[in-house]
Ligand binder design. Structure first.
Ligand SMILES: [Zn+2]
Length: 453
């Protein structure tokens, strides 16, 4: 048993209680009791007591759309590379040459970044080739994750990147059989499609059928249509609905261009959305001008947050994603009431859990749920004074105040020290593998400013 006592606890429970002197009792992987400190009574002496008097305890964030592999080439692309050149000139050469060792190292780097910024659960956009290597890496670090093989079947990919419909569905069935339920249920697997016009209707329908058979969700990237946007992503939300592809198992990432009828459809069908504000802004997807995420939230659509990719957002820091989600639309609409901090914190926690069909296990601090907790250090300037912890968390906090992280009841970050991995060795490995990977792909490492060696 672990007892965290006398902390400020943001429960995000049904009543959204904030306990100013609260305790959380953890038994094994589960939360046993939560409440005002005097009411939490361990049935036996806990093995560890964590003094929470100078800590805020919040549910671990749930990041619903990350590309693990691209972390190994993070920051490679210069700002003024035209968006249309990303795939042919950079991403496809990188994607097509990555090795299992590199995919695993990228996953480790991504996991460490997420843990150190308060994320405890994530869903991958899709591993390129070796899900088993990625699953081993994620399992060893101790994160909770939904993994899967990235699939597509149209779009003219060649060589190692080519997949037929049957191959794509076969890869997915294989991962569902081998990865789903691993690590005592901490690792899940879903059918994951690249989307953006690279999946046939047969692939989408096959993915959904596999998801139903295994009782899991399925995910795809979808921009939705905009008349002025040149995109291969030509399947409308209405068409997806006609095909029977929209229901509570469906998670769609990005989803910038939707109209009122689309929003009503998404709400009616219980579709889950991964909103990726940092990547949307940097990739000039037109978020501020066209994004309808506040309206989706208003209509009852489950909108969660995603960090996206190493050259899209360049980071997987949910604290910064929350800040953007809470500010971009206020400014765009000239309305301070749009997406308040409380709503955005829900997007990063309980709505993220709903998006991954994990709301009975994570996303809030409640008895019976898994103990996925983040302890923020109040001895940091950003948290003081502690007049409104929600505002401090959404608008002021940075990863620098993340001191201790528990996942599945296990202390993964202990007073700033990672317990499951040698971080220094990882950074050395990533530096070496990242350079080898980029060189092998034949992509130049460029700088606009002279680099003196
Ligand atoms: Zn993405």
């Amino acid at each position: 048993m672990i007892l965290v006592e006398h902390a400020t606890v943001l429960t995000v429970d049904a009543e959204r209680r904030i306990l100013s002197d609260g305790s959380v009792l953890i038994d094994g992987r589960d939360i046993l009791q939560v409440g005002p400190a005097p009411s939490v009574r361990p049935p036996r002496t806990p093995e560890r007591i964590i003094d929470g008097r100078r800590r805020v305890v919040a549910p671990g964030f749930v990041d619903t759309h990350v590309h693990l592999t691209e972390h190994l080439s993070r920051g490679l692309m210069l700002d003024d590379v035209p968006v249309a050149r990303y795939l042919p000139d950079w991403l496809l050469p990188l994607y097509s040459t990555v090795t299992p060792e590199e995919e695993a190292a990228a996953a480790q780097l991504a996991c460490v970044e997420m843990i150190r910024t308060g994320t405890t659960t994530f869903c991958e956009a899709g591993t390129l080739f070796d899900v088993a290597a990625v699953a081993d890496a994620v399992e060893a670090i101790g994160m909770r994750a939904i993994l899967g093989r990235w699939t597509w079947d149209v779009g003219g990919q060649t060589g190692r990147l080519r997949q037929t419909t049957d191959e794509a569905l076969g890869h997915t069935a294989d991962v569902l059989a081998k990865v789903h339920g691993r690590a005592g249920g901490r690792l899940g697997a879903w059918p994951l499609l690249l989307g953006f016009g690279t999946g046939s209707e047969a692939l989408m329908l096959g993915a959904k059928a596999l998801a139903e058979r295994h009782g899991v969700g399925w995910g795809m990237m979808h921009l939705a249509l905009h008349p002025r946007l040149r995109t291969r992503d030509t399947t409308s939300v209405a068409r997806l609905d006609e095909l029977g592809l929209l229901d509570q198992r469906t998670k769609l990432a990005h989803m910038v261009y939707v109209d009122d009828a689309d929003i009503a459809r998404l709400a009616r069908r219980g579709v889950k959305i991964a909103h990726c504000p940092s990547a949307g802004l940097k990739h000039t997807k037109g978020l501020a001008a066209h994004g309808r995420f506040p309206e989706m939230v208003e209509a009852g659509v489950c909108v969660s947050l995603g960090g996206d990719s190493g050259n899209g957002s360049n980071h997987f820091d949910m604290l910064r994603l929350m800040y953007l989600a809470a500010t971009v639309y206020k400014d765009a609409r000239l309305d301070v009431s749009v997406l308040p901090a409380e709503r955005v914190l829900e997007m990063a926690t309980i709505e993220g859990a709903r998006a991954l069909l994990l709301e009975r296990q994570v996303g809030s601090i409640e008895p019976g749920k898994r103990a996925d907790l983040v302890l923020y250090d109040l001895d940091t300037p950003e948290w003081r004074p502690l007049l409104n912890p929600v505002n401090n968390l959404v608008y002021a906090a940075s990863g620098a105040s993340v001191r201790t992280v528990l996942i599945d009841g296990r202390v993964i970050l202990d007073e700033g020290r990672l317990t499951t991995l040698d971080e220094r060795a990882l950074y050395d490995r990533v530096e070496r593998l990242g350079r080898e990977h980029v060189r092998r792909a034949g992509v130049p490492i460029e700088s606009k400013w002279p680099v003196i060696r």
